[in-house]
Design a protein around this ligand. Structure first.
Ligand code: S3P
Length: 440
């Protein structure tokens, strides 16, 4: 456990690059493993979640190494070429790694066991096992389908048509990855759009994929058994990680920072639209496309915020950003209402309960709802609390950001968990002007 304390920051100034996108990094390693030949990946997130996915791909036959300039080189095995891992795949803290790879292996004729840490072992997997059973895969584990779980992949999978019942890119992607080693056409229907990085990478690797509108929903059809050849990839910086310095700058007087090469895929930028609606001074500059993903530099300055009701239909495009948005809302003028975010209950921790309890301990007025929370902003926030992030990196980072603008320091009792998604968080924030450390 690494105890960390965040004390009132100086104005944040400068230009920084946050680490690579976590969602795209998992998918890049998986797609490179499914292709024949060597793919070079630049900008891969070297956080623990993604390292666990890299280890899982190596355990199933990929040859993964580093180039001299730090890029990652992956020699894939091709569709149908995965080999049975000798030991259980340890996915650590990562729901994305676990769910995507459970999908991937479910249509390969082998048995694969998945394990994870205490947080991951309590997260629901039935949302993926249920559709994957329709391909013919079998699952062996506890009745509630949590990890540890063994997947018995199917020799002759049948393609499926499946409407995803929850707004989840992980579920959609698990099915799309299962479809790669399935003959014929598999269709996934989503009624709420979620991040489409898997679809974009399929296009990048020339997988036959059709995306059509169907009665207000989106149908994504993949033709299985493509012959995938290696492709190089450049991964943008993670907009979900950028959210932490962005909100730190907004709540710290005198700040003016620029974040370079941030992914601005519209399925990921709900937080930025919300902050603009709240009056924040944020600009996307130098917009461009890289490997099918939109990228920009983000310039943000300190300024006042007003409370708003966050549109519920924006939830999927900012699902990981509600904890840090709650920090911004604590300093806004008026009430910020966040509803339709029941999915937060099954993230790395129950994020609604964690934010409500932690913000109250720091003197913020919060009401908890079954599907969200309302935060009443105030001009000064007391702080002074010690928070237990319960193996949740985004809760840990959110409270360190809060401490940058509270009267008294905010502490967390476990900063190690931040390594899962944002290695170098403390150094990067301190370079900008934060005071985060063991005794900040
Ligand atoms: C992710 C999807 C989201 C998100 C997670 C990453 C992905 O989860 O919260 O951090 O990479 O597909 P859900 O699919 O559960 O919404």
């Amino acid at each position: 456990m690494t105890h960390l304390m965040s004390t009132k920051a100086r104005p944040l100034l400068g230009e920084v690059t946050v680490p690579g996108d976590k969602s795209i990094s998992h998918r890049a390693l998986i797609m490179a493993t499914m292709a024949i030949g060597q793919s070079r990946i630049s900008g891969l997130l070297e956080g623990e979640d993604v390292i666990n996915t890299a280890r899982a791909m190596s355990a199933m036959g990929a040859d993964i190494s580093h180039a001299a300039n730090g890029d990652w080189l992956v020699h894939g095995v091709g569709v149908g070429g995965l080999c049975q891992p000798e030991t259980a795949l340890d996915m650590g803290n990562s729901g994305t790694g676990a769910r995507l790879i459970i999908g991937l292996v479910s249509t390969s004729p082998m048995n694969t066991t998945f394990i994870g840490d205490r947080s991951l072992s309590s997260r629901p997997m039935r949302r993926v096992t249920e559709p994957l059973t329709k391909f013919g895969a079998e699952f062996h584990g506890a009745d509630d389908m949590t990890l540890p779980l063994t997947v018995s992949g199917i020799v002759d999978p049948c393609p499926i048509d499946y409407q995803v019942p929850v707004a989840s890119a992980q579920v959609k992607s698990a099915i799309l990855l299962a479809a790669l080693n399935t003959p014929g056409k598999t269709t996934v229907i989503e009624t709420t759009p979620t991040r489409d990085h898997t679809e974009r990478l399929f296009r990048h690797f020339e997988v036959p994929i059709e995306i059509t509108a169907r009665q207000g929903a989106t149908a994504i059809t993949v033709t299985g058994h493509p012959e995938l050849v290696a492709h190089d990839m450049t991964i943008p910086a993670d907009p979900s990680s950028a959210a932490f310095p962005v909100i730190a700058a907004i709540i710290t007087p005198g700040s003016d920072i620029t974040l370079k090469n941030i992914g601005i895929n519209p399925a990921r930028t709900g937080l930025y639209s919300t902050l603009k609606d709240m009056g924040a001074d944020i600009h996307f500059i130098n917009q461009r496309l890289e490997c099918g993903e939109a990228v920009a530099d983000i310039r943000v300055k300190h300024g006042p915020l007003r409370g708003i009701t966050v549109p519920e239909d924006r939830a999927a495009s900012m699902i990981d950003e509600y904890p840090v948005l709650a920090v911004a809302a604590s300093f806004a003028d008026g009430d910020s209402v966040m509803r339709g975010i029941g999915e937060l209950l099954v993230k790395e921790s129950d994020r609604i309960a964690a934010m409500v309890a932690g913000l109250r301990a720091c003197g913020v007025l919060v009401s908890e709802h079954d599907d969200g929370m309302t935060i009443t902003g105030q001009t000064t926030v007391t702080g002074g609390a010690k928070i237990t992030p319960s193996l949740d990196h985004r809760i840990a980072m959110s409270f360190l950001i809060l401490g940058m603008a509270t009267d008294r320091p905010v502490e967390i009792d476990d900063g190690r968990v931040i390594e899962t998604s944002f290695p170098g968080f403390t150094t990067l924030m301190n370079e900008l002007g934060a005071k985060i450390g063991a005794n900040a």
